[in-house]
Design a protein around this ligand. Sequence first.
Ligand code: SAM
Ligand code: SF4
Length: 359
Amino acid sequence: MSQHHAPDRFGVYIHIPFCHHRCDYCSFATWTDRHHVIDQYMNALVTDIRRNVAVGMSSVDTVFIGGGTPTLVPPEALMACLSELPLVPGAEVTVECNPDDVTDAMMATYFEGGVNRISMGVQSMTTHVLASLGRTHNPANVQRAVESVRGSGIPALNLDLIYGAVGETLDDWRYTVQQAVELSPTHVSAYGLTVEPGTPLALEPHRHPDDDDQADKYIIVDDILRSAGLANYEISNWAIPGFECRHNLLYWRQGDYTGFGCAAHSHADGRRWWNVRTPERYIEAVDTNSPTEASGETLDAVTRKREALELSLRTSDGVPVGALDPKTLEGLVEVVGERIVLTQRGRLLGNEVSLRLLP
Ligand SMILES: C[S@@+](CC[C@H](N)C(=O)[O-])C[C@H]1O[C@@H](n2cnc3c(N)ncnc32)[C@H](O)[C@@H]1O
Ligand code: SF4
C-alpha cells in the first residue's frame, strides 16, 4: 500500500459546518439554519490559518476539506483558505462534495485552486434507498457530478457509500456497488450505517441495521471491488493501488494534523485537542484572537502504542509478527511474511478484533 510514497508527516483538516438539509443518521457538527454566518466563518478560517502559518506551520502533505457540506460555500472562499497553506509539491488536496451541488464551474475553480481529489457522498445508487436515508440527490445527479469532476481534470475520485438502510435488499446493495464501479472511481469508502446516539435514527429501532445483513453486504462490496481492481487497504476503504487516501493514512499512522474550523480535531506528538463546537463560537474566538481550542488530552505511551496497533491492524499494513498472538484471533488474522493482517472475516468483525486486543 502506497509503498512508492514516504509516509506523510503533516495534514490539515478544514471543517465546513453547513448543510442544506440534515440527514437523520448524521451526528457530525453541522447546521442547516446558520447560512447567514458563512461569510464570517470563511473569513475566520483564513485569519486562523494565517496566524498558524505566521508562527511556523510545518509544510503540509495532505489537506482534507470536509463537513458538513463544503460545496455549500462559495468555491472561491474554500480556495482562499487553501491558498494560505504552505503545501509541499504533490500534496494531496481533497474536497468532500455533495452531488447536488457539483457544477462544471465549481470543479474548474477547485482544479485551478489545487484540488486534486474529490470525495463524493453517493451513499446509494437506488432511489428508494436514498429516500430511506433521507438524501436529497438521485442517481442521475451522481452521474452528472462525476462527469463534472472528470471534465475538470481533477484526477482522483472517491465515492462514499453506506449500506444497511431499512428497505435495502442485498440486490439493491449489489446494484449500488456495481453502479459505483461503472463510474470508474479511484477509491471507494463503504460504511455500514451506524446508529449514532442523539440522532433521529436512534429513536426508530425498526430502521436499525441488522448485523447479519451488514456482514453479507460487507462481503458483497469487498468481492465486487476487489474484482474491479480496487484493493482493500483499511476495513472500510478500497483503492486502485497508488490511490489510497494519504490523509486518512496519516490519521491511521498517528501522524500530526491541525484542524481548522469549529469542532475540528488536531493531533501533535501524542497530544489531541478539539475546537469549540459551534460556528459562532469559532468566529468569536478568532475575532477576539482567543484560543479556538475547547479541550484536549495527552495520551500516555501505553495508550498510544495500543492505539497504534489497533489502527494499523485495521489497515492492510497489519502489525509485526510478535505484536499479538495469532492463536487468540483464530480465523480472524493470518500471517503474511513478517506481518499479521486481518482476513476478510477479521475485517468483517473488525471492531471485535480491536476489543480483544485490549490487555
Ligand atoms: C459527514 S459526511 C460529509 C460529506 C457530505 N455531507 C455527505 O453527506 O456526503 C461524510 C460521510 O460520512 C458517512 N456517514 C455519516 N454519518 C454516517 C452514519 N451514521 N453511518 C455511516 N456512515 C455515515 C457518509 O458516508 C458520508 O458520506
Ligand atoms: S451526512 Fe453529510 S449532508 Fe447529511 S447532514 Fe451529515 S454532513 Fe450534512
